[in-house]
Design a protein. Sequence first.
Length: 226
Amino acid sequence: MVEKVIMSWSGGKDSTLALYYLLRDPRYRVVGLLTTFTQGYERVSMSGIRFPLLQAQAQAIGLPLRPVWIPQDASNDTYEGAMRQALNTLTQEGVRIAAFGDLFLEDVRAYRERMLDQIGWHALFPLWKRPTPLVAQEVLSLGFKAIVVCVDTQVLPPSFAGREFDQNLLADLPPGVDPCGENGEFHTFVYQGPLFRHPVLFTPGQRVVRGRWAYCDLVPEQAPTG
């Protein structure tokens, strides 16, 4: 029996590669992309990517975006409550599996599995324990294109925000920085690749530093018509 899966979606390279494999697995049918956004800012809570860009990304991939809205400065309890509500809605649609792009953080996996188990769900980790240097190279070799949207300035210079995720960036990463940013060193936005029916158009905008985080804003562009 083919099982329905919701993809936990950041818009970045790891969740994109995980989705790439899930869509080729005959055991599963991906029914949407689940993303947490912050109310008022209208941006992805983790990376600051604008809501319209995630909408455009989902449209280019051909899957519905399922936004989960949380208030600014939301507590973990508030986040978990909003997520449970979203998953309970999906349960009514016959979904009981969530997939994630996590690579090796055992505590993150245990947390996700524990939260899902409370509502009778299961977790999938298509990329689990793959060596991260190989994952980074696979993202590039498959033809995905991504831009760095957020960096932790405690481990990377702010100038990395706004750079293309490519071989040059990988070569410039300081020792100890994971090539996939799995420890939170950086976050990306994928705008083109084999899953995309067309590129997601944007213009790199303002670069800002807030606390320990440096961001490069991406301003959505409209596709030309006619």
